[in-house]
Design a binder for this molecule. Sequence first.
Ligand SMILES: O=C(O)[C@H](O)COP(=O)(O)O
Length: 207
Amino acid sequence: MTERLLVLVRHGQSEWNLKNLFTGWRDPDLTALGVEEALKAGTRLKAEGYQFDIAFTSNLSRAQKTLTLALGELGQSDLPVVKDIALNERDYGDLSGLNKDDARARWGEEQVHVWRRSYDVPPPGGESLKDTVARTLPYYVTEILPKVLQGNRVLVAAHGNSLRALIMVLEKHTPESIMKRELATGAPVIYRLKADSTVESVVDLAG
Ligand SMILES: O=C(O)[C@H](O)COP(=O)(O)O
């Protein structure tokens, strides 16, 4: 039977997650905790018996490092890895590098929440989740999904919002319900797809 396994994992804690800064396309490294979370993602997947045929990641170091560390724990350091800018984090535009609490003090709690979690309101100079879906979904459909449907076991290491963009489609969220779908750092979300590419089962190792 064709397995159609797709595992998504958000990178471990980054230096800028720790400093509470909007990150987007900026490229901070993982913290020591982030390294631990990435290793734990690999050991948890290994403990549950998962192995992969191909992995995808973004052009940003925090996701690439998370993938490398997880693959090391899985004993799969030589797995083919495809890196693409399409899986980068949502571009936070002018907010990039600003402290999230300072932004709340300046623009108000409500406005900052809208920028961070609404579907179609972009932060100044940046991408909304809708914009992020517009760049990640075509990549998913043309590059990732065909591999899954062919029976390859696929691991994707990327970012909170580039993965929420894919999850919106996979889990059929509405613009309202996606606002509440959070993704923990380093916690794999395991999907089995049906032959028609819809989701048969999902297990979020965060919850
Ligand atoms: O880019 C960032 O700042 C984070 O990775 C995700 O930020 P968010 O929690 O504001 O979506």
